[in-house]
Design a protein around this ligand. Structure first.
Ligand code: GLN
Length: 492
């Protein structure tokens, strides 16, 4: 048939239900697209044989009249941070060389149980630390969008492979993780929709840990509706994760209603940054105007301490990372580089197994947790975090959702900001606050910058109110009517 990989999840679901094509045909087109896109380096491991087998199982189930929900037979890609039984799980790190889990992460298992067909494991920043997908041991991912002078651009990070797979129409949906923005920021830079659910909505069990109090799995897709369908497949209480919330999974698709009557949208004043490109401010204003047109009330709100979210994040996240990464010692997982003594073996293994950014985080993390500095840095950062959370709670007494830009810039050339970690960290200035407070956030492609590159707007909602967030995001998506295509798909 050809080009079934261009369909959205909702379209593919309807086509499968109508018998227009089979899951096997849909999967075959996605496999062809995956193989044709190898120059983008979006995948670390392709698993076409597993995909074909699951597609056949899905078709057989449907033929018996036992089709499951919307994701039955839908090809997806999985960030290589989720453990997958029998398939290399690398976290894009040399230190996990050859690590093939004997268990499946809850989130990917939930998707498999819903009938989804996993095409492969996508590239990412090493251990999900980064905003450009350039710290991967497996090389950088290329954004399907091209720079104004024909230069290759970063897809954002850390879930750059999963964003690229969806933006390049390799598959209609994928999953990533978002610790400080790693789903929403690459979604913005690649022109797709990406969501970080409320902390606790999706289980963290079987996901390689970066910063446990911030990490949250979430979907990428080309539409808000597809995000809703993916979230429904991933989410749910998991007794194996003590931070997973014992809350029912609603019918997220049903929350998409079209208008925003009765909804109040807050515009946080402090999100206006000095030096932010004018076009981002203009798009943000436009977004508010669009939402007003479909019935929302727009209200300026103040979140004065959000300016401390990013610095506090860069204490909390490395602290938790340094602790989580202590397990990679050359004994239990992956790489081992021998030495004359046990200590030397640890040093050799960790020294050559971790890349520069990971080593930087481990150093910062151990420093802020060390005796004498713990109170000055770590405890302070946790106090700031509480203030940020309280401020959000106060604001959410008056408004239902917040509207902000997703990122302070569009995609930038591969190689830029490489030698300036702080400039790289600034990519997350608008996304990090939601992680610090555990709130859900979604990025919707809303416009183009002057070079013709996509820019996203972000909706942030109250904890466990993804339904209102999706409703607002859908209205924004309709108004923005983003139809531009990346160069990779013949656009630009
Ligand atoms: N860019 C941020 C960091 O490097 C966020 C990464 C993420 O969300 N995983 O920490």
């Amino acid at each position: 048939m050809g080009k079934l990989n261009d369909l959205t999840i909702a379209e593919a679901r309807d086509g499968l239900a109508a018998g227009d094509f089979s899951a096997a045909e849909l999967t075959e087109d996605c496999i062809t697209a995956m193989e044709a896109a190898r120059n983008l380096n979006a995948f670390i491991t392709e698993t076409p044989e597993i995909a074909r087998e699951r597609a056949a199982t899905s078709d057989a189930r449907r033929a018996r009249g036992e089709a499951l929900g919307a994701l039955d037979g839908i090809p997806i890609a999985v960030k290589d941070l989720f453990c997958t039984t029998g398939t290399l799980t690398s976290a894009a790190s040399h230190i996990l060389d050859g690590f093939t889990p004997t268990y499946e992460s809850t989130v990917s298992q939930n998707l498999i149980n819903a009938g989804a067909v996993i095409l492969g494991k996508t590239n990412l920043d090493e251990f999900a630390m980064g905003s450009a997908n350039i710290t991967s041991y497996y090389g950088n991912v290329k954004n399907p969008w091209i720079g104004p002078n024909g230069e290759d651009l970063v897809p954002g990070g850390s879930s750059g492979g999963s964003a690229t797979a969806v933006a390049a129409n390799i598959c209609p949906g994928s999953i990533g993780t978002d610790t400080g923005g790693s789903i929403r920021q690459p979604a913005s830079l690649c022109g797709v929709v990406g969501m970080k659910p409320t902390y606790g909505r999706c289980s963290r069990w079987g996901t390689v840990a970066f910063a446990s109090s911030l990490d949250q799995a979430g979907p990428f897709a080309r539409t808000v509706r597809d995000n809703a369908l993916m979230l429904e497949g991933m989410a749910g209480h998991d007794p194996k994760d003590s931070t997973s919330a014992p809350i029912d999974v609603p019918n997220f698709e049903a929350s998409i209603s079209g208008d925003l009557k009765g909804l109040t949208v807050g515009i946080p004043e402090e999100y206006t940054l000095d030096g932010m490109p004018e076009e981002i401010q203009a798009l943000w204003d436009q977004g508010a105007a669009w939402m007003r047109e479909v019935g929302a009330e727009i209200k300026p709100v103040s979140l004065p301490h959000t300016k401390y979210a990013l610095p506090a994040y860069y204490i909390v996240a490395p602290a938790e990372a340094s602790s989580n990464l202590a397990r990679y010692d050359g004994v239990r997982y992956g790489l081992r580089v021998e030495g004359a003594t046990l200590d030397e073996m640890y040093e050799n293994t960790r020294g050559s197994g971790f890349g520069a950014e990971v080593r930087r985080r481990v150093m910062i993390g151990t420093y802020v947790l060390s005796a004498g500095y713990y109170d000055a840095y770590y405890v302070k950062a946790q106090q700031v975090r509480t203030i940020i959370l309280n401020e959000f709670n106060t604001v959410f007494e008056d408004v239902d959702v917040l509207l902000t830009p997703t990122a302070p810039n569009a995609a930038f050339p591969i190689g830029a900001k490489m030698d300036d970690p702080v400039a790289m960290y600034l990519n997350d200035v608008f996304t990090v606050p939601a992680n610090m407070a555990g709130l859900p956030g979604i990025s919707v492609p809303a416009g183009l910058d002057k070079s013709g590159l996509p820019l996203g707007l972000q909706i942030v909602a109250k904890p466990f109110d993804e339904e209102t967030m999706l409703r607002a995001a859908d209205a924004l998506e309709r108004a923005a009517n983003f139809t531009a295509k990346p160069r990779y798909l013949g656009g630009q």
